[in-house]
Design a protein around this ligand. Structure first.
Ligand code: AMP
Length: 376
């Protein structure tokens, strides 16, 4: 059956059409029919029209049975949901917590529903995987009314990616995710580390929003909340401008003064640019701290795994993060780490093995959608 996956970003729409069945999903033999990226999207309905113009001839008259929508913020939803009026309303209400993302997903959903009203539309949430975090990991240490009344807590993001990587790693070992404790570094435009204890997320570096945690391309990651309050209360800075600064003008872009793209920053650092070197060091150092924290949280780990654009492709960043972790049982093999090979592979045979495992967000969304269709 044909499943369409839609991933609506703040100014783009990624789409992918899969041919799959429960048997194909179980044996990793789902087939990618076509995929595309539409950039500089202003109206989702125009982007969807463009995507359907591309895909319709490929369907050869077959219907699209399901559409899987990536939704960044799913609040307390613990898994994928068929989108009905109540789920649509919940995603809409969660827009307050993810103003850059959820409204775009909803716009894509509404436009897609107009094209394929008879398909089963499913929301697959980035937060859902982290709903297994224990309260001591997800609660901020502030009065409980903020959690109870205002839903201020750590939600975690990149859950589709972390879940797909944990599962892929287990399959490569011929085992189940329940057999392992793994630490996954998803290092892309956004970056997060996740502690996955026997298949369940027990902690992750992103929090109430995807701003918390690591130094990212243009996001600051962790900083003392009172520094921001100081800027607002004492220095008269505009809160909305500060939010924009933290999400779009910070991270590698701010520290290096060059770019939010790790490739540009690495090449400047290699040419002797000191700010760029400092940015790479700050990026690696922050990631290293979270790895140490999650080794403590799980009393060890059975693997350290790198994924996403930087994690899969940058030997230099992986080396920077793993440097000096040998006393904790983590060491890269320089040759394996620098080999430019595609696909999942070991890059360190230390006491805690180190791996690269490509993220499989798209096909995971397709499989979740298929699962929802079959369990209706
Ligand atoms: P993603 O969000 O997973 O698409 O990752 C995007 C990020 O991956 C960009 O910031 C790029 O800087 C980074 N990236 C992609 N390829 C490389 C590479 N070969 N070396 C370093 N960074 C890379």
């Amino acid at each position: 059956m044909k499943i369409l996956v839609l991933n609506a970003g703040s100014s783009s729409l990624k789409y992918a059409l899969y041919e799959t069945t429960p048997e194909a999903a179980a044996s990793d033999s789902d087939r990618l029919v076509s995929e595309g990226l539409i950039e500089r999207v202003t109206e989702m309905k125009d982007a969807l029209r463009e995507a359907f113009d591309e895909l319709t001839p490929l369907l050869k008259g077959e219907v699209i049975a399901g559409v899987g929508h990536r939704v960044v913020h799913g609040g307390s939803f613990p898994g994928a949901m068929v989108i009905d009026a109540a789920v649509e309303q919940a995603i809409d209400e969660l827009s307050a917590l993810a103003p850059l993302h959820n409204p775009r997903s909803l716009a894509a959903y509404r436009a897609a529903r107009a094209h394929v009203p008879d398909a089963v539309h499913v929301a697959v949430f980035d937060t859902a995987f982290h709903q297994t975090m224990p309260q001591h990991a997800y609660a901020y240490a502030i009065p409980p009314r903020f959690l109870e009344e205002k839903k201020i807590r750590r939600y975690g993001f990149h859950g589709i990616s972390h879940r797909s990587v944990a599962l892929r790693f287990a399959k490569l070992q011929g085992k189940s995710p329940e057999d392992f404790r793994v630490i996954i570094c998803h290092l892309g435009n956004g970056c997060s580390v996740c502690a996955v204890d026997r298949g369940r997320s027990v902690d992750t570096s992103m929090g109430f929003t995807p701003l918390e945690g690591l130094v990212m391309g243009a996001r600051s990651g962790d900083m003392d909340a009172s520094a921001l309050l100081h800027l607002i209360i004492r220095e008269g800075e505009d809160p909305a401008a500060l939010l924009q600064m933290l999400n779009n003008e910070s991270g590698m872009k701010a520290i290096s003064g060059i770019s939010n793209d790790m490739r540009d920053v690495l090449s400047a650092a290699d040419s002797g640019n000191e700010r760029a070197r400092f940015a790479v060091d700050a990026f690696c150092y922050r990631a290293k701290k979270f790895i140490g924290a999650y080794l403590a949280a799980m009393n060890g780990a059975d693997a350290l795994i790198f994924t996403a654009g930087i994690g899969e492709n940058s030997a230099a960043v992986r080396a920077g993060i793993c440097a000096g972790l040998d006393s904790l049982g983590i060491a890269l093999d320089a040759e394996l780490n620098s080999a430019k090979l595609p696909g999942a592979r070991p890059i360190g045979n230390s006491a805690i093995p180190v791996w690269v495992v490509p993220t499989e967000e798209q096909v995971t969304i397709a499989r979740d959608t298929l699962g929802c269709i079959h369990s209706r």
